[in-house]
Design a binder for this molecule. Structure first.
Ligand code: PAF
Length: 285
Protein backbone atom coordinates (compact mmCIF):
# COMPACT_ATOMS: atom_id res chain seq x y z
CA UNK A 1 0.00 0.00 0.00
CA UNK A 2 1.35 3.45 -0.94
CA UNK A 3 0.89 6.19 1.66
CA UNK A 4 0.77 9.50 -0.13
CA UNK A 5 0.54 12.80 1.69
CA UNK A 6 0.75 15.33 -1.09
CA UNK A 7 -1.46 16.13 -4.03
CA UNK A 8 1.33 16.28 -6.60
CA UNK A 9 2.57 12.75 -5.94
CA UNK A 10 -0.95 11.39 -5.78
CA UNK A 11 -1.71 12.93 -9.18
CA UNK A 12 1.44 11.34 -10.67
CA UNK A 13 0.49 7.90 -9.36
CA UNK A 14 -3.10 8.23 -10.61
CA UNK A 15 -1.94 9.40 -14.04
CA UNK A 16 0.05 6.18 -14.36
CA UNK A 17 -2.93 4.01 -13.35
CA UNK A 18 -5.17 5.84 -15.84
CA UNK A 19 -2.65 5.36 -18.68
CA UNK A 20 -2.78 1.62 -18.10
CA UNK A 21 -6.60 1.80 -18.12
CA UNK A 22 -7.23 1.00 -14.48
CA UNK A 23 -10.59 1.96 -12.96
CA UNK A 24 -10.20 3.97 -9.78
CA UNK A 25 -12.43 3.70 -6.71
CA UNK A 26 -12.34 6.32 -3.93
CA UNK A 27 -13.51 5.76 -0.37
CA UNK A 28 -13.32 9.13 1.43
CA UNK A 29 -13.07 8.85 5.23
CA UNK A 30 -12.13 10.80 8.31
CA UNK A 31 -10.33 7.76 9.77
CA UNK A 32 -11.14 5.82 12.95
CA UNK A 33 -12.14 3.03 10.62
CA UNK A 34 -14.72 0.40 11.52
CA UNK A 35 -16.48 -2.47 9.80
CA UNK A 36 -18.69 -0.03 7.86
CA UNK A 37 -15.56 1.39 6.19
CA UNK A 38 -14.23 -2.11 5.52
CA UNK A 39 -17.50 -2.96 3.75
CA UNK A 40 -17.11 0.20 1.63
CA UNK A 41 -13.57 -0.90 0.71
CA UNK A 42 -14.77 -4.41 -0.19
CA UNK A 43 -17.55 -2.89 -2.32
CA UNK A 44 -15.01 -0.63 -4.02
CA UNK A 45 -12.93 -3.71 -4.93
CA UNK A 46 -15.92 -5.13 -6.80
CA UNK A 47 -16.10 -2.07 -9.05
CA UNK A 48 -12.56 -0.72 -9.33
CA UNK A 49 -9.04 -2.04 -10.06
CA UNK A 50 -7.36 0.47 -7.77
CA UNK A 51 -8.84 1.38 -4.39
CA UNK A 52 -7.86 4.69 -2.84
CA UNK A 53 -8.89 5.53 0.73
CA UNK A 54 -8.48 9.08 1.95
CA UNK A 55 -8.16 9.89 5.63
CA UNK A 56 -8.65 13.55 6.39
CA UNK A 57 -10.41 14.97 9.43
CA UNK A 58 -11.89 17.92 7.61
CA UNK A 59 -12.06 20.93 9.95
CA UNK A 60 -14.26 22.81 7.48
CA UNK A 61 -17.20 20.50 8.15
CA UNK A 62 -17.11 20.82 11.96
CA UNK A 63 -19.22 23.66 13.25
CA UNK A 64 -18.29 22.78 16.82
CA UNK A 65 -14.64 23.05 17.90
CA UNK A 66 -15.11 20.57 20.76
CA UNK A 67 -16.52 18.02 18.33
CA UNK A 68 -13.43 18.49 16.11
CA UNK A 69 -11.10 18.21 19.10
CA UNK A 70 -12.85 15.04 20.37
CA UNK A 71 -12.93 13.35 16.96
CA UNK A 72 -10.97 10.10 17.41
CA UNK A 73 -7.56 9.99 15.72
CA UNK A 74 -6.36 6.42 15.31
CA UNK A 75 -3.85 6.42 12.45
CA UNK A 76 -1.81 3.32 13.43
CA UNK A 77 -4.92 1.18 13.72
CA UNK A 78 -6.43 2.60 10.52
CA UNK A 79 -3.20 1.94 8.62
CA UNK A 80 -3.23 -1.74 9.68
CA UNK A 81 -6.89 -2.14 8.67
CA UNK A 82 -6.22 -0.64 5.24
CA UNK A 83 -3.10 -2.74 4.68
CA UNK A 84 -4.88 -5.93 5.76
CA UNK A 85 -7.67 -5.15 3.32
CA UNK A 86 -5.25 -4.64 0.42
CA UNK A 87 -6.05 -1.01 -0.23
CA UNK A 88 -3.77 0.30 -3.00
CA UNK A 89 -3.30 3.91 -1.92
CA UNK A 90 -3.88 5.71 1.35
CA UNK A 91 -4.15 9.45 0.79
CA UNK A 92 -3.34 11.09 4.13
CA UNK A 93 -2.86 14.82 3.56
CA UNK A 94 -2.37 17.38 6.31
CA UNK A 95 -4.44 20.54 6.68
CA UNK A 96 -1.91 22.73 4.80
CA UNK A 97 -2.01 20.38 1.83
CA UNK A 98 -5.79 20.58 1.59
CA UNK A 99 -6.26 24.22 2.61
CA UNK A 100 -3.02 26.00 1.67
CA UNK A 101 -4.62 29.46 1.99
CA UNK A 102 -6.47 28.63 5.20
CA UNK A 103 -10.08 27.59 5.61
CA UNK A 104 -11.42 31.14 5.79
CA UNK A 105 -9.98 31.93 2.34
CA UNK A 106 -10.94 28.62 0.76
CA UNK A 107 -13.10 28.65 -2.36
CA UNK A 108 -16.14 26.59 -1.49
CA UNK A 109 -18.78 24.46 -3.14
CA UNK A 110 -22.30 24.34 -1.77
CA UNK A 111 -25.38 22.42 -2.84
CA UNK A 112 -28.29 24.80 -2.18
CA UNK A 113 -31.48 23.90 -0.32
CA UNK A 114 -30.51 20.33 0.64
CA UNK A 115 -27.51 21.69 2.60
CA UNK A 116 -29.65 24.11 4.57
CA UNK A 117 -32.46 21.89 5.81
CA UNK A 118 -32.71 19.12 8.44
CA UNK A 119 -29.17 18.54 9.71
CA UNK A 120 -27.96 21.58 7.79
CA UNK A 121 -30.18 23.70 9.99
CA UNK A 122 -28.69 22.45 13.24
CA UNK A 123 -25.12 22.28 11.89
CA UNK A 124 -24.71 25.47 9.82
CA UNK A 125 -21.84 25.20 7.34
CA UNK A 126 -21.40 21.46 7.84
CA UNK A 127 -22.50 20.34 4.38
CA UNK A 128 -20.64 23.20 2.72
CA UNK A 129 -17.49 21.77 4.35
CA UNK A 130 -18.37 18.26 3.15
CA UNK A 131 -19.07 19.29 -0.45
CA UNK A 132 -15.94 21.44 -0.59
CA UNK A 133 -13.62 18.65 0.57
CA UNK A 134 -15.36 16.05 -1.61
CA UNK A 135 -15.07 18.34 -4.65
CA UNK A 136 -11.37 18.76 -3.95
CA UNK A 137 -10.89 14.99 -3.61
CA UNK A 138 -12.88 14.36 -6.80
CA UNK A 139 -10.79 16.95 -8.69
CA UNK A 140 -7.49 15.57 -7.42
CA UNK A 141 -8.26 11.87 -7.83
CA UNK A 142 -10.87 11.88 -10.64
CA UNK A 143 -12.15 8.47 -9.59
CA UNK A 144 -14.51 6.38 -11.71
CA UNK A 145 -16.47 5.41 -8.60
CA UNK A 146 -16.82 6.79 -5.10
CA UNK A 147 -18.39 5.03 -2.14
CA UNK A 148 -20.52 6.42 0.69
CA UNK A 149 -22.52 4.93 3.56
CA UNK A 150 -26.30 5.35 3.76
CA UNK A 151 -26.05 6.15 7.46
CA UNK A 152 -25.17 9.71 6.46
CA UNK A 153 -28.24 9.80 4.25
CA UNK A 154 -28.50 13.56 3.81
CA UNK A 155 -24.78 13.69 2.98
CA UNK A 156 -25.31 10.98 0.36
CA UNK A 157 -28.20 12.90 -1.27
CA UNK A 158 -26.11 16.06 -1.32
CA UNK A 159 -23.12 14.31 -2.90
CA UNK A 160 -25.36 12.69 -5.53
CA UNK A 161 -26.71 16.16 -6.33
CA UNK A 162 -23.20 17.63 -6.46
CA UNK A 163 -22.08 14.96 -8.95
CA UNK A 164 -25.13 15.45 -11.13
CA UNK A 165 -25.17 19.23 -11.13
CA UNK A 166 -21.41 19.69 -11.60
CA UNK A 167 -21.35 16.97 -14.29
CA UNK A 168 -18.73 14.76 -12.67
CA UNK A 169 -18.22 11.50 -14.56
CA UNK A 170 -18.13 9.65 -11.24
CA UNK A 171 -20.58 6.93 -10.23
CA UNK A 172 -21.66 7.23 -6.60
CA UNK A 173 -22.24 3.85 -5.00
CA UNK A 174 -23.94 3.67 -1.63
CA UNK A 175 -23.71 1.02 1.05
CA UNK A 176 -26.66 0.18 3.36
CA UNK A 177 -26.08 0.94 7.03
CA UNK A 178 -23.80 -1.59 8.74
CA UNK A 179 -25.02 -2.36 12.26
CA UNK A 180 -23.66 -4.18 15.26
CA UNK A 181 -25.69 -7.19 16.47
CA UNK A 182 -27.70 -5.02 18.86
CA UNK A 183 -28.80 -2.76 15.99
CA UNK A 184 -26.53 0.21 16.68
CA UNK A 185 -25.38 1.79 13.40
CA UNK A 186 -21.58 1.60 13.21
CA UNK A 187 -19.95 5.01 13.46
CA UNK A 188 -16.51 6.36 14.28
CA UNK A 189 -18.18 8.34 17.03
CA UNK A 190 -19.37 5.20 18.88
CA UNK A 191 -15.86 4.96 20.37
CA UNK A 192 -16.64 8.07 22.40
CA UNK A 193 -19.57 6.41 24.21
CA UNK A 194 -18.93 5.41 27.83
CA UNK A 195 -19.93 2.00 29.22
CA UNK A 196 -23.38 3.25 30.30
CA UNK A 197 -24.07 5.04 27.00
CA UNK A 198 -23.08 1.98 24.97
CA UNK A 199 -25.97 0.10 26.62
CA UNK A 200 -28.45 2.89 25.82
CA UNK A 201 -27.33 3.67 22.24
CA UNK A 202 -29.05 0.65 20.54
CA UNK A 203 -32.46 1.94 21.70
CA UNK A 204 -32.18 4.60 18.99
CA UNK A 205 -32.64 2.03 16.24
CA UNK A 206 -35.23 0.11 18.25
CA UNK A 207 -37.32 3.29 18.51
CA UNK A 208 -36.80 4.10 14.81
CA UNK A 209 -38.03 0.59 13.90
CA UNK A 210 -41.04 0.92 16.17
CA UNK A 211 -41.88 4.26 14.53
CA UNK A 212 -41.63 2.80 11.04
CA UNK A 213 -43.72 -0.28 11.97
CA UNK A 214 -46.50 1.89 13.42
CA UNK A 215 -46.68 4.05 10.30
CA UNK A 216 -46.65 1.02 7.97
CA UNK A 217 -49.36 -0.71 10.06
CA UNK A 218 -51.62 2.32 9.72
CA UNK A 219 -50.82 2.47 6.00
CA UNK A 220 -51.11 6.25 5.88
CA UNK A 221 -49.29 9.31 7.08
CA UNK A 222 -52.13 10.95 9.02
CA UNK A 223 -50.79 9.53 12.25
CA UNK A 224 -47.19 10.62 11.67
CA UNK A 225 -47.21 13.49 14.10
CA UNK A 226 -48.57 11.38 16.96
CA UNK A 227 -46.19 8.50 16.33
CA UNK A 228 -43.21 10.84 16.09
CA UNK A 229 -44.17 12.52 19.35
CA UNK A 230 -44.52 9.16 21.12
CA UNK A 231 -41.11 8.13 19.81
CA UNK A 232 -39.52 11.37 20.95
CA UNK A 233 -40.86 10.80 24.46
CA UNK A 234 -39.37 7.30 24.45
CA UNK A 235 -36.01 8.68 23.31
CA UNK A 236 -35.98 11.34 26.02
CA UNK A 237 -36.90 8.73 28.65
CA UNK A 238 -33.92 6.62 27.59
CA UNK A 239 -31.61 9.61 28.03
CA UNK A 240 -31.10 10.90 24.47
CA UNK A 241 -31.32 14.60 23.67
CA UNK A 242 -33.01 15.08 20.35
CA UNK A 243 -31.72 17.26 17.59
CA UNK A 244 -33.70 15.71 14.71
CA UNK A 245 -36.30 12.97 14.75
CA UNK A 246 -38.78 13.25 11.93
CA UNK A 247 -40.03 11.85 8.64
CA UNK A 248 -39.13 13.39 5.29
CA UNK A 249 -39.74 12.85 1.60
CA UNK A 250 -37.14 10.35 0.43
CA UNK A 251 -35.46 12.42 -2.30
CA UNK A 252 -36.05 16.04 -1.35
CA UNK A 253 -36.22 15.84 2.45
CA UNK A 254 -39.34 18.01 2.34
CA UNK A 255 -42.17 17.28 4.77
CA UNK A 256 -44.30 14.43 3.34
CA UNK A 257 -47.89 14.97 2.27
CA UNK A 258 -50.81 12.59 1.71
CA UNK A 259 -49.55 11.64 -1.75
CA UNK A 260 -46.01 10.79 -0.60
CA UNK A 261 -45.13 7.12 -1.18
CA UNK A 262 -41.42 7.17 -0.34
CA UNK A 263 -40.23 8.56 2.96
CA UNK A 264 -37.34 8.31 5.38
CA UNK A 265 -37.09 8.65 9.14
CA UNK A 266 -34.00 10.72 9.96
CA UNK A 267 -32.61 10.81 13.48
CA UNK A 268 -29.79 12.86 14.90
CA UNK A 269 -29.54 12.66 18.68
CA UNK A 270 -27.01 13.19 21.43
CA UNK A 271 -26.02 10.72 24.08
CA UNK A 272 -23.83 12.69 26.50
CA UNK A 273 -21.23 14.35 24.27
CA UNK A 274 -21.70 11.97 21.36
CA UNK A 275 -23.88 12.69 18.34
CA UNK A 276 -25.52 9.60 16.87
CA UNK A 277 -27.32 9.52 13.55
CA UNK A 278 -29.46 6.83 11.99
CA UNK A 279 -32.31 6.43 9.51
CA UNK A 280 -34.84 4.06 8.03
CA UNK A 281 -36.75 4.31 4.78
CA UNK A 282 -40.51 3.79 4.61
CA UNK A 283 -41.92 2.93 1.19
CA UNK A 284 -45.67 2.55 0.67
CA UNK A 285 -46.33 0.41 -2.40
O1 PAF B 1 -18.72 10.84 6.07
C1 PAF B 1 -17.56 11.24 6.33
O2 PAF B 1 -16.74 10.55 6.95
C2 PAF B 1 -17.13 12.63 5.85
O3 PAF B 1 -18.19 13.51 5.90
C3 PAF B 1 -16.48 12.60 4.46
C4 PAF B 1 -17.46 12.13 3.40
C5 PAF B 1 -15.26 11.71 4.46
C6 PAF B 1 -16.04 14.02 4.06
O4 PAF B 1 -15.09 14.52 4.95
Amino acid sequence: MYIIKDVENLRKKIKYFKIINKKIGLVPTMGNLHNGHIQLILLSKKYADIVIVSIFINPMQFNNLLDLKNYPRTFERDYTILKNNNVDILFFPDIHEMYPNGIKNQTFVQVPKLSDIVEGQSRPGHFKGVTTIITKLFNIIQPDFSFFGEKDYQQLLIIQTLVKELNYAIKIISLPIVRSKNGLALSSRNNNLNSQEIKIAPYLYEIIERTSEKIIQEGNINIIENVINESKILLLKKGFSIDIFNIYKYKTLDIPDKKTQKMIILASVWLGNTRLIDNKKIFFS
